[in-house]
Design a protein around this ligand. Structure first.
Ligand code: F6P
Length: 540
């Protein structure tokens, strides 16, 4: 048995023991538990002490990370090695946010100079639009930007915008991702083409949903502005030729390279709309926060490394305790979209059953991620979190100081975040419930029925992430924290976190079914699909 397999085996045995042990009791048994299991990195305070692992279990998880050679994998990532072998690519999103003068190479080719040139160009256009130096075709300043893109070309910019936007922004930034006509219709509604910039973002510039929305927006611009509409259409793509063929002027195309994965691309020109709408200094601060997390991830020893520890807490639940679902609950309305962002980051990166070398995985991989903003979710799925038959670990996030005023409301929000994490771990014993029902004067028969229903089993794990304020730096660090966590998990499972073959089949079939819905002679599919096609053709 290899060291790696032996480390997995020991961790699973530790998980079985942890399942039979109250987590809260570990604070008495391990006097330094909190200091050992919490750390501060890049403005984020991470508390993993409410996880079910003991200090000894944590040491076993760190042994697993060493046996899986996480440190060597991390070096290969930062060195721009081919960490995405199925597509023959490096994954070098860290190069996009590095401070000026960095010297990253992708597969041996230096990239930092080009990155700096693109960054400067983004800042220039963002500044020019905001100052009014660059105006629309009729001479009016731009007051709206419509960002068109989907998946990695949408989730990051949307998250960053909602997190950092001013309540009444100078630029009205809107998004259209879905091919559902409702979304582009609502995004364009009420806007004046003469004051609107359309930014089409697609790594490939072939994505069906994006191209459909881009065509609608281009037609809308042309209808309002005629030939002059071209100056209102900007593209961001790793396939500039395709963008040009679509009709975007070459001087209005911002590029990025194939070593930027879609779900890791917010740091590239994909962030252009945010740079315009938030201002280039805010965008640069976001990048600086992520770069600080890169430094931390690269340099901190594994036992004091935030992405590594967050990954190991997840792995302990997933693989040692067989928990296939995880909730992400930001107690910050501005981070409401974080769960959506993480769904793509984690589930597209690590939702795989085959290793990078083609062999089947030996461990279960990515969990199902779901979530929404606290406190709202307390009135939705928290009943199940507290008393449901499955144990669902959660990441709970909170921001100490709100920039949105109303400090009393903010304190109430924080109280809820802390209360839920405490309640999830500590629970409420049946004995305690019985005592309180007795004090209320209920009969023994009534207590027998009610007490089990009012009991909280506890031992529902949380990782708590607290930031002082939702600054661009803190947000950048937070997103990079999760990116590196996802990478570490991929290394532990032996999978390639940077490809996404699982999205291809549905795309191909959608192309065929589109023909079947529109053409004269639909092909046969499985009976269920054939019947649905017939219904939609009005023939069923
Ligand atoms: O969801 C599949 C996917 O390929 C993602 O990986 C990507 O972020 C998204 O589609 C959009 O792709 P593109 O940026 O090429 O339009």
């Amino acid at each position: 048995m290899s060291d790696h397999e032996a480390a997995w085996r020991r961790l699973r045995a530790a998980g079985a023991a942890a399942a039979a042990r109250p987590t809260a009791g570990l604070f008495d048994a391990e006097s330094d538990r909190l200091s050992r299991m919490s750390l501060e990195a890049c403005g984020l305070y991470l508390d993993l002490s409410k996880q079910p692992w003991s200090a000894k279990d944590l040491a076993l998880a760190l042994d697993l990370a060493r046996a899986a050679e996480v440190e060597a994998a991390r070096e290969r990532l930062f060195a721009g090695a081919m960490v995405n072998p199925s597509e023959g690519r490096a994954a070098l999103h860290m190069a996009l946010r590095a401070p000026a003068g960095a010297a990253f190479s992708a597969l041996g080719e230096p990239v930092s100079a080009e990155v700096e040139t693109t960054r400067a160009a983004l800042a220039d256009i963002a500044r020019a639009i905001r100052s009014g130096d660059r105006r629309g075709a009729t001479g009016q300043p731009f007051t709206a930007v419509v960002h068109i893109g989907i998946g990695g070309s949408d989730f990051g910019p949307r998250l960053v915008w909602e997190a950092l936007r001013a309540p009444s922004p100078q630029i009205d930034l809107r998004f259209a991702a879905n091919v559902d006509p409702a979304e582009i219709t609502l995004a364009l509604a009420g806007l004046d083409p003469a004051k609107t910039l359309v930014v089409v973002v697609s790594k490939t510039f072939t994505t069906q949903e994006t191209m459909a929305n881009a065509a609608i927006a281009r037609a809308w611009l042309r209808e309002g502005l005629g030939e002059a509409a071209d100056s209102h259409l900007v593209a961001v793509s790793a396939s500039p030729d395709v963008a040009q063929a679509f009709g975007v002027r070459p001087d209005q195309i911002f590029g990025f390279r194939d070593w930027v994965g879609g779900r890791y691309s917010i740091w590239s020109a994909v962030g252009l709309s945010c740079a315009i709408a938030l201002g280039p200094d805010v965008f640069e601060a976001l990048l600086a926060g992520a770069a600080a997390m890169d430094d931390h991830f690269r340099q901190a020893p594994l036992e004091a490394n935030a992405p590594v520890l967050l990954a190991l807490a997840h792995i302990f639940n997933r693989n040692a305790m067989d928990r296939p679902v995880r909730a992400v609950v930001p107690y910050a309305q501005r981070l409401r979209l974080l769960p959506n962002f993480l769904q793509q980051l984690e589930m597209e990166s690590n939702g795989k059953r085959v290793r990078a070398d083609g062999r089947p995985v030996t461990q279960a991989t990515a969990t199902t991620v779901f979530g929404d903003a606290g406190a709202n979710v307390q009135h939705a799925f928290f009943q199940l979190m507290h008393q449901g038959s499955d144990i669902i670990p959660a990441d709970i996030l909170a921001v100490a100081e709100s920039a949105d005023g109303h400090p009393d409301s903010q304190t109430k929000l924080l109280a809820n975040a802390l209360a839920q994490a405490e309640a999830l771990m500590v629970g409420r014993s049946e004995a305690e419930v019985r005592k309180s029902l007795e004090a209320d004067g209920l009969s023994a028969a009534e207590i027998d029925i009610l007490a089990p229903q009012k009991t909280f089993p506890g031992d529902r794990p949380t990782s708590f992430i607290l930031m002082q304020a939702l600054t661009p730096q803190a947000l950048g660090a937070l997103i990079a924290l999760y990116e590196h966590k996802t990478f570490v998990e991929g290394v532990l499972w032996g999978i390639n976190s940077f490809d996404q073959w699982g999205v291809e089949l549905g795309k191909t079939l959608a192309g065929r079914i589109l023909q079947d819905l529109q053409g004269d002679a639909p092909r046969a599919h499985d009976p269920s699909t054939t019947a649905l096609i017939a219904r939609l053709r009005g023939e069923g």
